[in-house]
Design a protein around this ligand. Structure first.
Ligand code: GLA
Ligand code: GLA
Length: 681
């Protein structure tokens, strides 16, 4: 789907490849005088740009007043881009309502949990459930789709922008009304809602639907199931908005694929993207790195999970940065080599597009210090030269476009419901970090040279020898059965502290933790024993636990203790266990071992599962390997995780990108990426 997008404006010459990696950016020509546009398209061609996302924040320009439209400038930009063979991923432009709309209808503005109304003046100041906003937004979508339905530059629709980035949790009266409707659909009767929410506690029993509110600022901890349902509802409310825009586009332009840009990133958890993916024609993601020791691994994790959400099919990197962003406390420029490496790491995990925010760095506005493809310095700059060089590299990678991910032997499960539930308030510790625990397992696997797919709970796990489900806190009965069956049928399941604790209503599985997985794990914990800040506990295998411990016992003769606590209150008790289940097993890690501890532990879990590194010893941990396959070819990406050159012996194939092989060995440059084409086996 994505790789053929670009064949529309510019078919491959003389039967040449119509598949290409898309390359481009958000393009905001309405911020610039007309003469700049000519330089823009000239530089785009120089850089190898073949697609841009247009008009994302142009509502106020396209519709300057309720009954005035100004498409002239957009017609001209569309024509200009088409004349230069550049495709347009056209935004529906609904991301940021214009001042005339918020002045006439302040009731579309979102309200915080403490009752403050958010003012216009930034962006995304709209309630996902406002009928007034919806009407105006859909009118704009209809106008755009009608006007550009047959424009030859149009290759895809870009719905809104980063839905929910700033407005996912709205506590307004509109939200209250829509929340009640959502709850009626879920529970049908008040009795069932009262049961699910456990309203016997703290005198919260509802006797009328009208009494129910979003979890607004309260005197103490709001009801946890109410909070959880509000998170589900809020994600669904934005999904409904997405569907409403999409339905218009599908009706008016059934030939044009539709996407919206997700934000699969650690700090963004409001939108359950695993649940959104089926609503659009192809998955897109935005990603920005956060400096730190796991920055590259986190990028890889995000791209890998995006691929998981996309079912292993190619996806679209809609935004990342050429260099610094402007919204971190300190905004570091990318170091030499990072721009290309980061881009290609996304491609390694299935991206068929490499796009940036944005094409030309703004001279004014809140993002003027955010990097772009054409920086303030202009085309005579290292950033632009690097951008143009990357355009050349992506041309070399054209054969990769359309290929799918070759499943790994191991998988890490990432689940939005457990992310939401495990980090709610009034828990044993407020320090638990769901995403970090998953990332630590991922880093540890990379450190050992093991390729792992990051997948959602909807994925068929049977194809994996080893499945790690870190902090899988919320396990409904059906998921418990699936995981149990997986381990009984030869799969090797590993889970951690605070997993399998509650059902879908956030009610504790009773009888000892972790209730949902107690039998398959062959263990029972009587009590949680989280650790205070700054404290740690040694295990007898030489690793160290932080954050959490359990008062744990083994309950089944088939359960082996892999490590015990060596000090403290739990001294002598099991810390890490593994129960043999016929040909499979079920393992449990009751504390936070961190990346280093997991790197030490993992070989003992990988060996029985028969999971081995596919890399020669010299390269393990130093390069990350991914595999994409298509049409009888296997594309092996080797991404350097170090700042030094890495030599990888014993790999044969045609070098598509990177340095040619030295005799008997490949060389992966510092911060570099090498791509090999091999015949599929
Ligand atoms: C998001 C938005 C863009 C821009 C970038 C800056 O991804 O979609 O409009 O604000 O952040 O990093
Ligand atoms: C107070 C309240 C109790 C309970 C405890 C929790 O004592 O009276 O209802 O909430 O705090 O520690």
């Amino acid at each position: 789907m994505i790789s053929t997008l670009l064949s529309q404006p510019q078919p491959g010459p003389d039967g040449g490849p119509t598949h290409r990696i898309a390359y481009g950016a958000d393009y905001n020509p309405d911020q610039w005088p007309r003469e700049v546009w000519d330089e823009d398209v000239r530089l785009m061609l120089e850089a190898g740009v073949n697609i841009v996302s247009l008009a994302i924040f142009s509502w106020a320009r396209i519709q300057p007043a309720e009954d005035r439209w100004d498409f002239g400038w957009l017609d001209e930009v569309m024509d200009l881009l088409h004349a230069h063979g550049i495709g347009v991923d056209l935004a529906t432009a609904t991301a940021s309502p214009p001042p005339w709309l918020t002045t006439a209808h302040p009731e579309i503005l979102p309200v915080t949990a403490s009752g403050e109304t958010l003012s216009p003046g930034a962006r995304q100041h709209w309630r996902p459930t406002s009928p007034v906003f919806r009407t105006h937004a859909l009118r704009l979508v209809t106008a755009l789709a009608t006007r550009y339905a047959d424009h030859p530059a149009l290759v895809a629709w870009h719905i809104s922008n980063e839905l929910g980035c700033h407005n996912v949790h709205d506590y307004s009266d509109d939200a209250a009304r829509a929340f009640r409707d959502w709850l009626r659909a879920r529970y049908e009767t008040l009795d069932r809602l009262n049961e699910a929410w456990g309203t016997a506690f703290w005198s919260q029993r509802y006797s009328d639907w009208q009494q129910i509110l979003p979890p607004r600022l309260a005197a103490s901890h709001p009801n946890p199931t109410q909070q959880l349902d509000f998170k589900r509802f809020s994600s669904d409310a934005l999904k409904e908005h997405l569907r409403a825009e999409r339905d218009i586009l599908r009706r008016l332009t059934p030939h044009v694929p539709v996407t919206t840009n997700f934000m699969v990133m650690p700090g963004i958890k409001g939108m359950n993207y695993a649940d959104w993916a089926d609503e659009i024609d192809f998955v897109s993601n935005d990603h920005y790195t956060h400096p730190g020791p796991q920055a590259q691994d986190e990028l890889s994790f995000s791209a890998n999970l995006t691929s998981g959400i996309s079912g292993g099919r190619p996806w679209f990197l809609m935004e990342h940065s050429t260099s610094a962003v402007n919204w971190q406390p300190v905004n570091l420029p990318k170091e030499t080599g990072e721009l290309a490496r980061d881009s290609l790491l996304h491609v390694a995990h299935g991206a068929d597009a490499v796009c940036f925010f944005q094409w030309r760095q703004s001279a004014a506005g809140a993002e003027k210090y955010h990097s772009a493809m054409v920086p303030h310095a202009g085309a005579d700059s290292d950033v632009f030269r690097t951008v143009a060089a990357l355009g050349g590299t992506l041309r070399e990678l054209a054969p990769v476009a359309g290929s799918v991910r070759e499943p790994a032997q191991a998988a890490i499960v990432f689940d939005w419901e457990s992310w939401w539930a495990s980090e709610q308030d009034s828990h044993p510790t407020s320090r638990l970090n769901y995403h970090q625990e998953a990332l630590d397992w991922y880093s540890a696997l990379l450190d050992l040279g093991i390729r792992a797919d990051v997948v959602t709970t909807a994925t068929d796990l049977d194809r994996y020898r080893l499945v790690v489900a870190p902090v899988l806190h919320m396990i409904p009965a059906t998921l418990a059965k699936r995981l149990t069956r997986y381990a009984e049928n030869g799969g090797h399941l590993v889970t951690t502290y605070f997993s399998g604790i509650v059902d879908e209503n956030d009610h504790v599985w009773l009888g000892g933790y972790p209730g949902a997985l107690r039998d398959i794990l062959g263990i029972r914990a009587q009590e949680f024993a989280p650790l205070p800040d700054g404290s740690s506990v040694p295990l007898d295998d030489g690793t160290t636990g932080t954050l959490w411990t359990d008062h744990l016992a083994v309950t089944d003769p088939a359960t082996e203790v892999l490590a015990r606590y060596a000090a403290g209150e739990q001294a002598g008790r099991p810390a890490v266990t593994r129960r043999a289940t016929g040909t499979g097993s079920a393992g449990y890690v009751s504390t936070r071992l961190g990346r280093d501890g997991l790197t030490r532990l993992l070989p003992r879990l990988l060996a029985p599962a028969g999971v081995e590194s596919e890399l020669p010893k010299e390269a393990r941990g130093r390069v990350e390997a991914t595999v994409r396959t298509a049409d009888g070819s296997r594309y092996l990406f080797l991404v350097n995780r170090t700042d030094e050159q890495v030599t990888v012996p014993g790999l044969a194939g045609e070098v598509l990108v990177g340095e040619a092989a030295a005799p008997g060995a490949l060389v992966v440059a510092p911060r570099g990426v090498t791509v090999l084409r091999q015949p599929a086996v």
